[in-house]
Write a protein that binds this ligand. Structure first.
Ligand SMILES: Nc1nc2c(ncn2[C@@H]2O[C@H](COP(=O)(O)OP(=O)(O)OP(=O)(O)O)[C@@H](O)[C@H]2O)c(=O)[nH]1
Ligand SMILES: [Mg+2]
Length: 449
């Protein structure tokens, strides 16, 4: 986002208090404040408590009342809770706070950010699905509470005879939500099928698929642009709607929401590189699932670069890598390559410990963690070699007649993989060819005539 956009947004910004609770340690409000800021709120203060969750008030009741007094005194219009609120907690806290106060939990906040930034139809559908899944249990809760109140009124003789009609209406709201969830899910499934077909075609054309993944603000888009721009073949075809020439890279959370794919050549291998949406901690499974169409780019890739920001404190690095690993979980088919980014922001001697922290969170060895600075260009060549080495490959040697068909086979081979050691002897040509196994198979059948 441009500075001028940020400034414009800030002038119409709303104010918020952050509420944070942690059972084990003093709550850390940094990420909640950054999320609130990303969503366009000016955070004027925080109320924190070290305590186990209360089923009604989330905080302890006394702390919840203190929070609401702060709301009145500061005049903020919003409270951001750094955690999920159950429908019941949202209801109880809503009763406690001044009229018109907006209560946002972490899930709702992330959804609001996603909703504002979704740029493609697919991202929009994913956000809508997640919103409906968020709403469903809350609508059910509201229905239950309204029914309870109606029953009480009926028992006391008031409004007798109106409950049935209202019940019917509330049931319809729940049913309507369920139907919309199903409809959007089906649409996303079919978009997912289209994406899977496209990936299969790209594999058949000799491309390896490499995804850049990791926590939000880890430096994914910056690396993506560097690799794709420096090594762009200059013939980016635009047949596919998700191949754009730019992906936003900026200092802020969730700058990228739509997957973007471009060509790159990494150590001689033709790859299609995909930039993906950033991860954030404490997302519920239904929210992660809603983004499955986006995540499938990482799941289906031949190699996934998992980025971690070296300028974070070491504990945060561990937490963020763990979160990223959990979101990717067992879905990733290709090799996971850990990468420590922005090493220009830490002293050389600190990098070793940070690599060990990344490795520890992934049950890998510190040597497996590439250390790079995209800004300075450090470590990029090594990284490219590692990616290329992780891609599925097969090597074959061809010994074929030196004729027109072989020349066309050779030029096809150059386009689909790496050709080496071409030697001409008499009327024969010999060359080595390295590519995806399916591509080598196709070269074999073209050579057999
Ligand atoms: N010093 C330094 N800063 C970097 C480097 N790489 C990225 N950054 C900065 O880190 C910030 C985030 O970079 P992005 O590439 O937008 O991060 P991202 O992972 O795509 O973020 P989201 O799309 O929001 O998840 C930007 O301000 C970049 O300029 C690096 O090698 N060195
Ligand atoms: Mg990005």
């Amino acid at each position: 986002m441009q500075d001028s956009d940020r400034r414009r947004r800030r002038s119409q910004e709303r104010t918020a208090l952050v509420a944070a609770r942690d059972a084990a340690t003093e709550p850390d409000t940094e990420e909640a404040i950054a999320l609130a800021d990303t969503a366009g709120y000016e955070v004027v203060g925080a109320v924190t408590q070290r305590r186990v969750e209360d089923p009604d008030y989330w905080f302890g009741r006394g702390k919840a009342e203190e929070l609401m007094r702060r709301v009145t005194n500061t005049g903020v219009d919003t409270v951001v809770f750094d955690g999920p609120l159950s429908p019941k907690q949202a209801y109880t806290l809503g009763e406690l706070c001044p009229d018109g106060t907006q209560l946002l939990d972490r899930h709702r906040l992330v959804l609001d950010i996603f909703a504002e930034r979704a740029g493609t139809r697919e991202a929009g559908l994913q956000v809508r699905l997640a919103e409906l899944r968020y709403e469903l249990p809350r609508v059910k809760m509201a229905v239950r509470l309204e029914r309870q109140a109606a029953n009480e009124r009926t028992a006391s003789g008031a409004h007798a005879g109106q409950g049935g009609g209202r019940d019917e209406k509330e049931h319809r709201r729940v049913r309507d939500l369920r139907e919309r969830i199903e409809r959007i899910g089906a649409k996303l499934d079919s978009l997912g099928d289209v994406a899977a077909d496209r990936r299969a075609r790209r594999h058949a054309a000799g491309f390896d698929l490499v995804a850049v993944a990791g926590y939000t603000n880890a430096g994914k888009s910056t690396l993506f642009q560097r690799l794709a721009t420096d090594l762009d073949l200059g013939e980016n075809d635009r047949r596919h709607p998700d191949e754009h020439s730019t992906a936003a890279a900026d200092d802020g959370l969730f700058e990228t929401l739509d997957t973007t794919t471009r060509r790159a050549e990494l150590d001689g291998r033709r790859v299609l590189l995909t930039d993906t949406v950033g991860f954030v901690a404490d997302l519920p499974p239904w929210l992660v699932e809603s983004f499955e169409t986006t995540l499938s780019a990482a799941y289906a890739a031949d190699a996934v670069l998992l980025l971690a920001d070296a300028s974070d404190p070491v504990d945060r690095i561990r937490e963020k890598v763990t979160t990223s690993r959990e979101i990717l979980a067992d879905g990733v088919r290709g090799e996971l390559l850990p990468v420590l980014t922005k090493v220009d922001r830490v002293p050389d001697e600190a990098a070793a410990d940070l690599r060990a922290a990344v490795a520890g969170a992934l049950s890998a060895e510190p040597e497996d963690v590439a250390a790079i600075s995209t800004h300075e260009g450090d470590g990029l060549e090594t990284l490219e070699r590692r990616v290329a080495a992780a891609l599925p490959r097969e090597t074959a040697t061809f010994d074929v007649p030196n004729d027109g068909e072989t020349q066309s086979l050779l030029s096809w081979a150059h386009d689909h993989g790496v050709v080496h050691d071409v030697t001409y002897t008499g009327d024969r040509v010999r060359f080595g060819f390295e590519a995806r196994p399916a591509v080598v198979e196709r070269a074999r059948s073209r050579a057999t005539r």
